[in-house]
Design a protein around this ligand. Sequence first.
Ligand SMILES: [Zn+2]
Length: 363
Amino acid sequence: MLYKSGLDIMLHDHMDGSIAMLSILEDLYKMAKLPFPFPNFKNYHDLQNQITNFMTNVHKDIVERFAMLTKVLQTKDALFLLGETYVKVRANQGFRYCEARIAPQYHIFGGLTVGEAIDAIVEGIKSGEHLYPHMEVDLIPSVGREVSSSEAVRLIREFNKADREYTPGIDLVCNEAKNKPHKHLEMYREATRLEYKKDCHVAEWVVDREPEEQDSLEKIAKNFNNDFNDLVENINFALFELEVDRFGHGIPVGYLFSRHASSSLCQTILEYEIGIEGCPGSNLKSSLIPNVSVLHIREMLKQGVLYSINPDDDLFLPNLPDTFDMCDKEYQFSPREKEQLRANAWATRFGNRKPVPRDVVLP
Ligand SMILES: [Zn+2]
């Protein structure tokens, strides 16, 4: 069954923050011989609510919160189970193609090497795809950006030992405010040398704020305006220095297309057919935008920007259909625009092991 949005593809999804974790989390804790933090859950809906409350607790650091999930993903068996379950869950939701990212550096505390951690997930994906042969899931090994620039280069070289058919691209993830894209120029040069497709979390957030600084729409709108130029600067760096093929979030891009379409930033996005993985539901829930209208999605579609809608972490943030509905309510997409959102994702995917569905008209 296809989601009512018709979207059968997603490009921006964190495997360890995905809904695939829900049904296996308790088992993963058992496998790790650790006490399950949510022992009294009534059903999966209730468990998801409890996890959401934990993961969206703004008083905790993002890496610390993710440790609740990553600490039970430290063995080959656990990572295999995640890879396999991910394919099954997404296939049953009606997806045909998904790119899921994971940062292997958070999965080596049990003694695995970076390469072994990636291989275990890829083996799980292969097992899942064996059951759902129409489905393509590709893993995007990512660097948690708090590491030094030389460590990031080393990680990219480790990534390159994995099966490249299933790991076509790389990404840079986590706290952008503390680690601007500028820090990892060398990592991207190495990725270019190794002929990876290059993605980057960029222009998501540039200031770490206390919760009370984001507790009203007025404050969120003010922060958004204050941060705007720094967000744009990071996109410029990702485009012109890191030479990315796609980027995730890119919150100000739509506004730039609505006001400054002749700028070199906008013209380069069009000329080089750079994909943008929008995550409007994630941005809204994270108090980074006051509403989805500031993303100017219609303007981007009108001008031919290869923008797609994605969930980010649907274990505890809005899933793809809810994110789509939230945007559709604001923009009331035409059938043509809906088709564009889907085709844009197919056109900018990194993997290419299986054919594009026949009804997709690529831009
Ligand atoms: Zn993300």
